[in-house]
Design a protein around this ligand. Sequence first.
Ligand code: PEP
Ligand code: MG
Length: 755
Amino acid sequence: MVPSPTAGIRGQRSLLRQIREALASGGPAQARLDMVVRIIAQSMVAEVCSLYMRRAIGDMELFATQGLDPNAVHVTRMKPGEGLVGEIMRLGRPLNLSDAPNHPAFSYRPETGEDPFHAFMGVPLLRGGRAIGVLVVQNRTERVYSDDDVEDLQIVAMVLAEMVVGGEIAHAGPLSGIDLVPQKPERLKGARFAEGLALGVAVLHEPPVAPSQLLAEDVGAEDARLKTAISELQAQIDFMLEGQHGLVEASYEVLETYRMFAHDRGWNRSLEDAVRNGLTAEAAVERVRSEHRARLGQARDPYLRERLHDFEDLADRLLRHLSGEGGKKRELPDNAILIARNLGPADLLEYDRTKLKGLLLEEGSAASHAAIVARALDIPCVGRLAGLRDRVSENDPVIVDAETGEAYLRPRPDVIKALQARIEVRLQRRAEFAKLRDTPAFTRDGAKVSLLMNAGLDVDLDILDETGAEGIGLFRTEFQFMVAEEMPRFNAQAALYERVMDAARDRPVTFRTLDLGGDKVLPYLEAEREDNPALGWRAIRMGLDRPALLRLQLRALIAASKGRALKIMFPLVASVDEFRSARALVDHEVAWAQKRGRPAPARLDVGAMIEAPSLVWHLDALLPMTDFVSVGTNDLMQYLFAADRGNPRVSDRYDFLSPPALRALETIQKACAETGTPVSVCGEMAGRPLEAFVLVALGFEALSMPPAGIGPVKQMVLSCDREAAHRGVTALLRSTAGSIRNEVETLARKLYLAN
Ligand code: PEP
Ligand code: MG
């Protein structure tokens, strides 16, 4: 029987140290690598140990071997995906085979003389989630390597990857020209999440561990550090959970799952094992994280992917505890472009806003929290950039082109120059818009259009004065809940609402009650998995089923108004009965406040969002019972066209500038005009000049939009003749085409773009 190689690493932690010494030993790089594979083979009781590295052109090359024919070194090459080595690169995870030649991906290379070897175990050399090589051990017999063996070889591979890339050996001899870190300029095509342009340096949201921190000097001390950090993390999560007692019973379950992960014995044991094997606590976290990524990252099942997200989040928290930083903000360079797989809205707010110039995401959708917050903060953001994290390193120069939806990594000087010119043009245009700040928005034929701002966080308030918005047409109250670690209590809610009303001074603010559910899930609020979350338990549905939550919010709004005027609006009302019930809760809360001698709002307007198509055919019933309505075109269009706004495959498929969409809007506008009900449009389309042109043409007189839209839309309004636009657009509504965008553009060019 072949002795277990387990003894190799677990018994002699010194293996890692031997590798480190071999790599640092001076002498030719090749000799040092040869020494490393020899040490590994010996320690793992393997007849063969080989190291393959990826060349810049993508081929895998045999770089060093103990046991195969030495003449094959730098001769044997494999195309991406070819052979078992290619398979490991492709999957980014280990392969453990007792009979390798029988594996479908096996490719026989006579020059290596490897045919008598059956047992094969290979692991990728991962760096920052990117495979740069493969480490293989082989034995003649049909030996079965244990899970511990795989784990051990992975640790060796991690250390080796860091040392090869970060150490002095990196650019020496045969290693020059291999693909250790991406160096070539690259352009990635993604999707535009938040408008704008930015040039800066990459800051990785999850930076890889530096090589110097990989190996522990004192295993006992390291183990103690890890244990302390884990118990701090657990205590923090337990505390979050305790904070929820009695508040929202259902939220408990979700937090409980999260807590279960934090206390997960398997997770803790993997971390402790990695430290016992000689890694620092930080390196252990990274090691276990990359294993989870490899295992769950390719899962298509959304549940598994979410679990990966939970583990990633826990790993980040744990690293923060280890660094002793708790929740401290990370230092950023002055022109930081944040690079992440995906972000929660709270993550973005942890960075210094004045230094954060752009955001690139590998995943996400335009309707995701991160994208909405990026828009609110006016940070250009491009998302869905496949392979982003593998292709960019910390401090790489990068461009965010959120006009075309592209990212340039390590751009060439001519690309940078062209971008700088475009940034200059943008700045000039912004300066022009700023000049219009105090000019009221009247069309050329004298129609007043109120331009309002969408907001949702404190940070937005500074922008209110800058934009010249006439008020806040949509305050998304759920943002406060989304960025919080735990449910904001009454005082926190009331304090925010009061700050908003203070900042707005005499300008109106329309507070929308919590619009949670759908894509807006809270870690601490019930999020029962639903097959169709956009059609599920969200917004006012949740509010009416959990009246305690909604009433608490209404009470906070009334208290914050301190006798001033107050406007409250309910999201996703789909039936007049829902509006009736919600309004009754408001009345109840006003009466409650008065009974206690607290001031009632000087004027109270209660409105509904028109987002569910059902209401479009019941406006005669709805409008008499509302004080105002606001059209949420983001949702209205998703329901009209039956196309999930968060699903990139379908979200851009149907044009808002189409007869069915515009006829629905026309119906709403006319019904409101006939009944004298104030109406605004507050979906994102209101902030795009061409779409806003059509809304003005249809007769809408109040538009609420992201702050960056106000300048361009005002410029459009000032140069537009509403009557002529009305005639033109009304005629186009009779079109039999699916989209009338081109026709609208021609009309707009005639009526306002030419001015
Ligand atoms: C809308 O649906 O158009 C809207 C303004 O609300 P939200 O985007 O927050 O769903
Ligand atoms: Mg909506």
